[in-house]
Ligand binder design. Structure first.
Ligand SMILES: O=c1nc2n(C[C@H](O)[C@H](O)[C@H](O)CO)c3cc(O)ccc3cc-2c(=O)[nH]1
Ligand SMILES: C[C@H]1O[C@@H](n2cnc3c(N)ncnc32)[C@H](O)[C@@H]1O
Ligand code: SF4
Length: 337
């Protein structure tokens, strides 16, 4: 049997845990950060209470999304350890962690590989011009630092999510160059599972005074991204940041195939509530698209994971794979008599 995947759009049933909102960067479009020392870090016992409530709700991904502590701060080690412990806790409850905590050292990344089924970092834009504008006070957003992260993830064989932030002062050529940089890294390591095209969406906390990324341009950018990126990278768009149902369908028609993590709250864009699964299905189905849940790791990367992580992933694949397909797989695995 050949599976027809061409009419399928995926999403990841997800819950976001924020270790801390404090961040030493000040990206001027950010609606997430607080000043260093101004917000308590989430405790393991508070996280345990929340995570236990998620069990049996068919939520598989725990997105660990964090503000950042300076690499040379005396608090860095405790910050990193809290993130590690949160991942371990989620795993112990059968949930699948995906961490995006900004740039990490090679050793930090290597350690987190043991407790994450995939990790992520938005490249945003590879042009250094933005260091004079939105990233003037954001040392973590130096393009070489982020490109280095993508390279290390490849060397460490970590299934990786990256993406572009659109509408923060870049030119169209900057976008194509950023996509080409991602493609080149992927051609070396084959580790990028998805690229998020994230339209800048102003919220009520930010200082950057710019309109949202022009929604009319999004399908055009997706179409071009589909030409530049290798075919094994999925294009992800956040449905809550797209203008309306018709634009969402237009984005899918031109090549977006994933809607990212859908959960109770979009922590990065709290002013834009996620459209929930049933509502998405009602938009997609009349146009012939089937919405299916996926795991935070794509199947082609399963064998990069430790045995323990593979075990957790296998449990979820069993739950998410339709029984008919499992039977099909079983029969093709039978020895020929
Ligand atoms: O709900 C969100 N999920 C975000 N996610 C999660 C994403 O939607 C998926 O859950 C992941 O791709 C894993 O499957 C990110 C993951 C990354 O690695 C990098 C950036 C983002 C950004 C967001 C975001 O703005 N909002
Ligand atoms: C988690 C990712 O979310 C992106 N991000 C941060 N602020 C915004 C915003 N106002 N709109 C859209 N995306 C944003 C950044 O690229 C970050 O890396
Ligand atoms: S976008 Fe990330 S790095 Fe930038 S200020 Fe916000 S939390 Fe910090």
């Amino acid at each position: 049997m050949t599976i027809n995947t061409s009419c399928t759009v995926t999403y990841s049933p997800a819950y976001t845990i924020v270790p801390t909102y404090e961040c030493f960067n000040r990206c001027s479009y950010c609606n997430f950060r607080t000043e260093p020392g101004q917000s308590p870090w989430i405790t393991l016992s508070a996280a345990e209470t929340v995570l236990k409530q998620l069990q049996d709700q068919n939520i598989c991904e725990i997105l660990i999304l964090s503000g950042e502590v300076h690499p040379r701060s005396p608090k860095r080690q405790a910050w990193f350890q809290r993130i590690y412990d949160l991942c371990e806790l989620a795993l112990s409850l059968g949930l699948l962690p995906h961490t995006n905590a900004g740039p990490l050292s090679f050793e930090e990344m290597q350690k987190l590989k043991n407790v994450n089924v995939s990790m992520g970092l938005m490249l945003e834009q590879s042009t250094p011009a933005l260091l004079n504008t939105v990233h003037r006070h954001a040392p973590s957003k130096v393009p070489e630092v982020r490109l280095q992260q993508l390279q290390w993830a490849g060397e460490l064989q970590i299934p990786f999510t990256t993406g572009l932030l659109l509408g923060i002062g870049e030119t169209p050529d900057d976008c194509w160059e950023t996509l080409e940089a991602i493609s080149r890294l992927h051609q070396n390591y084959h580790h990028i599972q998805e690229v998020i095209l994230q339209p800048h969406s102003p919220g009520n906390q930010q200082s950057f005074d710019a309109p949202p990324f022009d929604p009319h341009q999004l399908p055009e950018v997706i179409a071009k991204a589909r030409q530049i990126l290798p075919p094994d990278i999925t294009i992800q768009i956040p449905p809550n940041l797209v203008k309306d149902d018709q634009w969402l369908l237009a984005c899918i028609e031109v090549g977006a195939r994933d809607l990212g993590g859908i959960g109770p709250k979009d922590e990065v864009n709290p002013d834009y509530p996620h459209i929930q699964e049933q509502a998405l299905r009602e938009i997609l189905q009349p146009a012939g698209w089937e919405l299916l849940p996926r795991l935070p790791v794509y199947p082609q990367f399963d064998d990069w994971l430790s045995r323990e992580l593979q075990k957790a992933v296998r449990q979820w694949r069993k739950i998410l794979t339709p029984t008919s397909l499992l039977q099909e797989q079983k029969s093709t695995n039978l020895p020929i008599s």
